[in-house]
Structure formats: structure tokens, C-alpha cells
Write a protein that binds this ligand. Structure first.
Ligand code: AMP
Length: 185
């Protein structure tokens, strides 16, 4: 399979992590989660980690400038040039999306698709309540989902305007949803 560049979007609890793992397994595409990269930087105590720590704890977004720099560097690495990339958590803002388009353009490639794994708010809320994690209070869940809605609605429009948005019904079994994603790719 040729190297593809795919963005994956979805509310918390939509099964994004599971579907990313299945895609990596079946295609060898490189999974890049900016949240994971930032958490690793925090754990390692790097300069970036020190800057990101407080911002992340407050549930806010790390600056576009920092994020775009990190992602631009990562996208230039050999594994991604060879196997493609599954971007998870980036872009988060329309200006990050603009930057992504520019970075890929500079590499002579383009984004293949932005896949939105769509699960209604009521359903992801029920799923998160059921998993009963300590931070999964009704209030905390509502807050995180609201933030996602605020941040992501403009992005969905951005991808739709650029003819890249593909909406996948995220209700069903893991295998059913994966089959829908494979059918698109
Ligand atoms: P995530 O694991 O994707 O939910 O990301 C965890 C946290 O990392 C977010 O709440 C943000 O503070 C930060 N973060 C991750 N990706 C980005 C991004 N593309 N732009 C800005 N902040 C980000």
C-alpha cells in the first residue's frame, strides 16, 4: 500500500484509539498522536514538556506555533515518508490545518482524507460513564465534550471545504466500524 496521509477525528469515547491501532496493524501506517508526543515530553522534562505541562493540565491548547513546529519535524522523518501517517490530535485548529496542507505540499504530497468517526454525544457520554474512570464525572465529561465541540466544529468545516472530510458511522462493533474505514481507504 502506498504511503497515505490521513487525519482521524472523533469525540472522546468514539473509539478513535481502537481504530487507529487496527489501521496501524493492517496497513503499517505510522500513528502520530500529538497528545502522546506532548505527554512524553512532559514525562521527560524537556523544554517543550515544561511549556506544555500547565497548558495541558488546564485543558487548553498548546500554541499553534509550537504544535506546527513539532509536527513539521515529525512528518519529515523517513518512516513517515515511506509508510505514511495517521494523524491523531492534529490539526486541532484551522490554522494548524492550513499549516498541515503547506507542509504536505512542500513534500509534494497531499492529505488523502480526514476521517471523522461519528458517535453522538449521548452515546459517548454513556460509554465514558460506564468505564467509571476517576476523571469521568458527568461534569468533567460534559466539559471535555463541550471543548471538543468548540474546537472541532470549525475543523470539520475546513476539511469539508477542502473536500477531504469523510464521516464514518461510529456506532456498531469495532470490526464493523473498521470495515467502514477500510472501505473508504
Ligand atoms: P489529546 O491526547 O489529543 O487529547 O491531547 C492532550 C492535550 O495535549 C490537549 O488537551 C492539548 O492540551 C494538547 N494537544 C494535543 N494536540 C494538540 C494540538 N494539535 N494543538 C494544541 N494542543 C494539543
Amino acid at each position: 500500500m502506498s504511503a497515505r496521509r490521513i487525519v482521524v477525528l472523533g469525540r472522546q469515547g468514539a473509539g478513535k484509539g481502537t481504530q487507529c491501532a487496527l489501521l496501524v496493524e493492517s496497513t503499517g501506517i505510522v500513528h502520530v498522536s500529538t497528545g502522546d508526543m506532548l505527554r512524553a515530553a512532559v514525562a521527560a522534562g524537556t523544554e517543550l514538556g515544561q511549556k506544555a505541562d500547565a497548558v495541558m493540565k488546564a485543558g487548553e491548547l498548546v500554541s499553534d506555533e509550537i504544535m506546527i513546529g513539532i509536527v513539521a519535524e515529525r512528518l519529515a522523518e523517513a518512516d513517515i515518508m515511506e509508510h505514511g501517517v495517521l494523524l491523531d490530535g492534529f490539526p486541532r485548529t484551522p490554522s494548524q490545518a492550513d499549516a498541515l496542507e503547506e507542509i504536505l505540499h512542500g513534500q509534494g504530497v497531499e492529505l488523502d482524507a480526514a476521517i471523522n468517526i461519528d458517535v453522538p454525544i449521548e452515546e459517548v457520554t454513556a460509554r465514558m460513564m460506564a468505564r467509571g474512570r476517576e476523571d469521568d464525572t458527568a461534569e468533567g465529561i460534559a466539559r471535555r465534550l463541550e471543548l471538543y465541540e468548540q474546537q472541532t466544529a470549525p475543523l470539520l468545516q475546513w476539511f469539508a471545504d477542502h473536500n477531504k472530510l469523510v464521516v464514518v458511522d461510529g456506532l456498531g462493533t469495532e470490526d464493523e466500524i473498521f470495515a467502514r474505514i477500510e472501505a473508504i481507504l
